[in-house]
Design a protein around this ligand. Structure first.
Ligand code: IVH
Length: 677
């Protein structure tokens, strides 16, 4: 091995590590993103050419290729305790009094000093560094035994793979909270909703669920973050001056390259603690925070106070009141979604909750109904989960009226009467009838939605009419609708019918990624659809892909791959794709179709009347992109006149001059390479 290359790889690793700590820990980037990316790529290429240069702490080695089979359990060297809660300042005072008594302190000895840290609502992690290298990352589990989720922990970009110290101890334990920034939580939930998956109830569940993903590439695709708050070091380290206080521990963690919440603060007495609590209670933080953790600052006093069975006596969580309110359940309806999933939804006495009026809340599924023992007429506790759908989190049984009726999911689909099914081991109850009108409506609406084919004028009401009155069953039926049919619908005039047909026809130009999203394949949301469309640029290519082909794409897990393959295997779906293909859907990707052959070079066109699918603009662009010209009036120089419905005087002129007339279809047929011909 060339020592120069070895040296270069080492330098690159060290610089990239330093840049990443500057970015995540000190919030003071030292490299532009573009520079970081270039250096990262250089290291990657070096390692590809010389795999013996790869080290486990290389920034290129964060995400593995192979999903884990399962996570081994591990015993924590130092157990992870949980915290006692205080729900108001009175309780906090009571806690301090007990602490003072325990420590045998009199008021004259001065007040106790604390460190206040925000209590981030995420999942606790225990990191073990051996000789400075991240050796293991584990969940809390029951505090004694957790799960070894090292591959996933490595995929969290702000957790250093190597400590930033020249003299690491043989073993160092770091504790902290992994969490999802709210923006990322909302992005993931939007994605899940758009893919027909139930959203995560809160950022904590989402973080915990992400950490237990078997495929670390999925973890890497969700932007988990981390704040360290505790450190356990071996006897004799660091030489000379071990930390004396919690505050020094936090500084030490930062020096080691671990991210620490910058809002932590030393408070000299309970009054300052109260101020800290109030200050951050109203703040708009970029992560979910459910209170303040108050810790005795002096490590010597911490040791003196010790632990109960479950908690440290030297720390307490002062919780923020939750965003929850009670309200009465007026009724419960079973709503059938586009995938056939049946969700019980509570209709509520409207209440104000976190700034919005809430009148419906999800009860999720049959298990949840059972667990809550929901009756119609009950007073429910409703919580707003992030920015998404409110949910019922509890029932106040004491307030149950005597005539309250217990609610169970119906045995038959409320829409089509088909017996509902619930496969063993699954939480979701489904209507198995693919012709269920609720599912058809849901699919059509999804197809027309803004992120899919974006068809204006196809709202919930209109879609219901199309299904009920005009017998629309599949999305391809939409493209066969005529203005005359639409005019027969209540509330549709001749203009609005024309416009809707045009909007539907225009949507044939939408690219494959939108069509793919619009197909409503389980687990395939907007982002996943874009990723899949990039890797498989046509429906045919995706239809031929195997589970392995799909699952190996960065950010796409096995679950998605299986859903895609099984969707394409369904003959009804193949039939649908065939029908869409005949309609020219999806339009060929512009980058794939070579610049259109100049088959119309030098030809002059005039357009008159309304064409069945193309707008005037689109027809003009189509002609011009093939070298033709479009002029406003007919003359002897005109080669063709394209005629639609309600043509003007231009048609007459063309006939007088004997100029050939074309329908839209004949026009498109002039280019044999055109996908619409
Ligand atoms: S200290 C012995 N500090 O809250 C010390 N915990 O109910 C125990 N948490 O499981 C934990 N932020 O996941 C501590 N700054 C912080 C924290 C924090 C969040 C979580 C942690 C723990 C739970 C305790």
């Amino acid at each position: 091995m060339d020592p120069k290359l070895e040296e270069r790889a080492r330098e690159l690793r060290a610089l990239l590590q330093k840049a990443s700590i500057a970015y995540y820990v000190h919030n003071a980037p030292i490299l532009e993103d573009s520079v970081y990316d270039r250096l990262y790529r250089e290291l990657q290429e070096l390692e590809q050419a010389h795999p013996e240069l790869i080290t486990p702490d290389s920034p290129t080695q964060r995400v593995g290729e192979k999903p884990a089979e399962q996570f081994p359990t591990v015993s924590h060297r130092v157990p992870l305790y949980s915290l006692e809660n205080a729900f108001n300042l009175e309780e906090l005072k009571g806690w301090q009094e007990r602490l003072l008594r325990l420590l045998g302190r009199t008021p004259e000895e001065g007040e106790l000093e604390y460190v206040c840290e925000l209590k981030i609502d995420g999942a606790a992690l225990a990191l073990t560094y051996v000789d400075g290298l991240l050796q293991r990352g584990a969940t809390r589990g029951d505090g004694q035994v957790g799960e070894d989720i090292t591959p996933n922990v490595r995929a969290i970009p702000s957790i250093p793979l190597r400590l930033a110290t020249a003299n690491p101890p043989p073993v160092l334990e770091v504790r902290g909270e992994a969490y999802l920034p709210l923006a990322e939580f909302e992005r993931i939930n939007r994605e899940r909703c758009s893919a027909g998956d139930p959203p995560f109830a809160n950022p904590r569940n989402c973080a915990a669920g992400t950490l237990r993903q078997l495929d670390s590439r999925v973890v890497a695709a969700r932007k988990l973050s981390f704040f360290a708050y505790a450190l356990h070091w071996p006897e004799g380290w660091p030489a000379g001056d071990p930390p004396q206080t919690q505050w020094e521990c936090l500084q030490r963690l930062k020096e080691l390259g671990l991210p620490v919440n910058p809002l932590s603060q030393v408070c000299r007495n309970l009054q300052e603690v109260a101020q800290f609590y109030e200050r951050w209670r109203q703040a708009q933080l970029p992560y979910a925070c459910d209170g303040v953790v108050v810790k005795l600052n002096s490590l010597r006093l911490q040791e003196e106070a010790g632990f109960t069975q479950k908690f440290p006596r030297w720390a307490i969580a002062l919780k923020y009141p939750a965003q929850e309110v009670p309200t009465r359940i007026r009724a419960i309806v079973a709503s059938v979604g586009r995938t056939g999933a049946v969700t019980p939804v509570a209709e509520l006495e409207p209440v104000l909750l976190a700034g919005t009026t809430v009148s419906r809340a999800s009860l999720h599924n049959a298990d949840r109904l059972e667990e809550l023992d929901v009756h119609i007429g009950d007073t429910a506790i409703v919580r707003k989960a992030g920015e998404i759908i409110p949910e019922v989190v509890g029932i106040l049984k004491e307030l149950r009226p005597p005539d309250a009726v217990r609610y169970r999911l119906p045995s038959h689909c409320p829409e089509c009467g088909t017996p509902l099914v619930r496969p063993a081991g699954e939480a979701i109850t489904r209507c198995p009838n693919p012709d269920c009108p609720a599912q058809i409506r849901g699919q059509l609406q999804h197809w027309a939605s803004r992120d899919a084919l974006d068809i204006e004028g196809l709202g919930e009401k209109r879609v219901a009419q199309l299904v009920e009155k005009l017998g629309v069953r599949t999305v391809s039926d939409l493209y066969r609708l005529t203005p005359e049919q639409l005019e027969s619908l209540e509330g549709m005039g001749s203009r609005s019918s024309q416009k809707l047909v045009q909007a539907i026809q225009r949507s044939r130009q939408q690219p494959w990624e939108r069509v793919l999203y619009g197909l409503g394949i389980p687990h395939v949301g907007v982002v996943t659809a874009q990723t899949l469309a990039q890797h498989f640029p046509t429906p045919e290519l995706l239809a031929q892909a195997s589970i392995e082909d799909i699952a190996q794409i960065y950010g796409i897990g096995r679950e998605i791959a299986e859903a895609v393959v099984s969707w394409f295997a369904d003959p009804a779906h193949q039939q649908l794709l065939q029908e869409l293909r005949e309609l020219g859907i999806p339009a060929l990707p512009p980058q794939k179709s070579p610049i259109a052959a100049q088959v119309l070079a030098g030809k002059k066109f005039v357009i008159t009347g309304t064409l069945p699918t193309l707008s005037r603009q689109e027809a003009k662009a189509w002609i011009e992109s093939r070298g033709g010209k479009v002029t406003a009036s007919v003359s002897r120089q005109t080669d063709y006149v394209v005629v639609g419905s309600d043509p003007g005087s231009k048609l007459k002129k063309a006939q007088e001059l004997g100029i050939p007339l074309l329908s839209e279809a004949e026009l498109l047929a002039l280019d044999p390479g055109n996908p619409h011909s």
